[in-house]
Design a binder for this molecule. Sequence first.
Ligand SMILES: Nc1nc(=O)c2c([nH]1)NC[C@@H]1CN(c3ccc(C(=O)N[C@@H](CCC(=O)O)C(=O)O)cc3)C=[N+]21
Length: 291
Amino acid sequence: MILLDGKKTSSDIKIEIAEEVKKIKAQGKKTPHLAAVLVGTDGASMTYVGAKVKACELVGFESTLIELPEDTTEEKLLNEIEILNIDNEIDGFIVQLPLPKHIDEQKVLMAINPDKDVDGFHPTNVGRMTLDLPSFIPATPFGIMELLERYKVETSGANVVVIGRSHIVGRPMSILMSQKRPAGDATVTVAHSRTKNLPEITKKADIIIAALGIPEFLTGDMVKDQVTVIDVGITRVDDVSKKRGYRLAGDVHFESVSKKASFITPVPGGVGPMTIAMLLKNTLLACSYKN
Ligand SMILES: Nc1nc(=O)c2c([nH]1)NC[C@@H]1CN(c3ccc(C(=O)N[C@@H](CCC(=O)O)C(=O)O)cc3)C=[N+]21
């Protein structure tokens, strides 16, 4: 069993990006600048956004964090987005999800200038990605493709089962892996909450992407020998024995699945850190269009 080490791989990618930034600066070009908008004070969201800002510092990017109160109106948020859209200093920005219930998420994502949409959530980027045109690829699926590629996991002709059909992970993942591209060329099945006989389907999979958000859902009896498993889940589960009062649980029951797997991602230290590295990569790309 080989661990797909997202912590190590993301650190390699950040070193590569830092080298690019050095070159950019030496040539007197504009330093990449990422902005993040955080609405409210959700604990997990604050952790992720904090990690993104820290990663920017590490690779030599500029970063701006815009923190808005939980009761921010949709109008005010749309106004902040417009300011970022026209600010020439900002190369790319993200609006951290989930948003408070009184704000229409789709409306907000559609307000982002597609050229600065480093999350790749705008319909223009979703469409461009689907058509194999240059676009921003959502950071989590992009990170998974990069992991599969760097570890040389054979995807061509493989039976891939994606569990989950979210706009952020499951759906883009299924599109990318079915395309003709590195870590692509697979035969993809998308399973979800209405899928019948899921274990029957997962037992035939060479590669499983677990992205449904139910802790330890995928168990050893649901997979075949030599399977590759990518665990996208990251749920905080109460645990009084931990100093923070919780532990991080993936969507995969690691103990039983890892016994059968050829490759598997851990949680933490798998997909999560890759997400941050690929967000930086998208920001570098956004900046390079101007340089
Ligand atoms: N607009 C938007 N873009 C996102 O990319 C986005 C988002 N909203 N909302 C939430 C999800 C989740 N996400 C993660 C990023 C890093 C880790 C990560 O670094 N995880 C560490 C552990 C971190 C911890 O201690 O909690 C790990 O897995 O090792 C996890 C999850 C980005 N997301």
